[in-house]
Design a protein around this ligand. Structure first.
Ligand SMILES: C[S@@+](CC[C@H](N)C(=O)[O-])C[C@H]1O[C@@H](n2cnc3c(N)ncnc32)[C@H](O)[C@@H]1O
Length: 245
């Protein structure tokens, strides 16, 4: 079936949930017993609240005050193995960070790192960031990270990329005016699409000179995917945007 024949976001499930295709991997190789234990023992307590359509069909906004006690809240979309998320949480104890990641093996890896780091300022949504953004209060997030999003290199798959209206419009809605949005990618055509689409959604690119995109952020820690890209000879690009308004 081609993308055109599939249900679109305008189509709904019987529950009222929009039909959101997720094309990435949800499960990889068999989890190690310790990883399964992290999921069983830790995940529920780290939940940001009622995100699923089954438990929150009216999409009532999450109580971030109750979750993080009035801290600034940051969002990481697609945290992979969680190394960047935990690094930021450890470096910024006065901030609360919510991560969304549908790949359950990645979620288990993050939970292992949270145990080792004993940080208390992380919430984890083990699913699609779109479902999370539905229930984040308007203008509640002061920084967002999109680090090495799935590249979808074929032209007919570009519409699956995160930097499309379907994702950027809700992201813009939940970010505070002036909030920072960081995007890292190793795919030149992803840079092109990001620079075209993100400003259309109400952001400005903060480029401090033509070579600015080559330099990682001062508080950067390289991610698993970036390490793979470097091994395979691809160059990272670091783009910083500010939410207008
Ligand atoms: C290429 S990996 C990069 C992972 C990590 N950020 C890194 O740099 O190592 C992209 C990740 O984005 C996740 N992802 C894709 N679509 C997503 C969505 N709609 N919401 C949340 N995560 C998503 C995938 O499951 C995958 O783990």
């Amino acid at each position: 079936m081609s993308d055109d024949q599939k249900p679109s976001a305008a189509d709904k499930h019987a529950s009222g949930a929009p039909w959101r295709n997720f094309y990435g991997r949800i499960k990889g190789k068999q989890l190690k017993p310790a990883q399964q234990r992290y999921l069983d023992e830790d995940l529920a307590a780290l939940s940001p609240g009622a995100v699923g359509w089954d438990v929150n069909p009216d999409r009532a906004p999450l109580d971030l005050e109750a979750l993080f006690g009035g801290r600034d809240v940051w969002l990481e979309v697609g945290f992979g193995g969680g190394e960047h998320l935990v690094h930021q949480a450890k470096s910024n104890p006065d901030v609360g960070i919510i991560g969304a990641e549908p790949y359950i093996n990645g979620v288990a890896m993050l939970l292992g790192k949270i145990r080792a780091a004993t940080t208390g300022n992380i919430a984890v949504h083990p699913g699609d960031a779109r479902d999370l953004m539905d229930v984040l209060p308007m203008q509640s997030i002061s920084k967002a990270f999109l680090l090495y999003p799935d590249p979808w290199p074929k032209a007919r798959h570009h519409r699956r990329r995160f930097v499309t209206e379907e994702h950027l419009e809700p992201l813009a809605r939940v970010l505070k005016p002036g909030a920072i949005f960081r995007v890292a990618t190793d795919i030149p055509d992803y840079v092109r699409q990001t620079l075209e689409e993100v400003p259309k959604a109400g952001f400005e690119w903060l480029a401090e000179g033509p070579e600015d995109w080559r330099e990682p952020w001062g508080d950067w820690i390289s991610t698993r995917y970036e390490q793979k890209a470097l091994r395979e000879g691809r160059r990272p690009h670091y783009l910083t945007f500010r939410r207008l308004g």
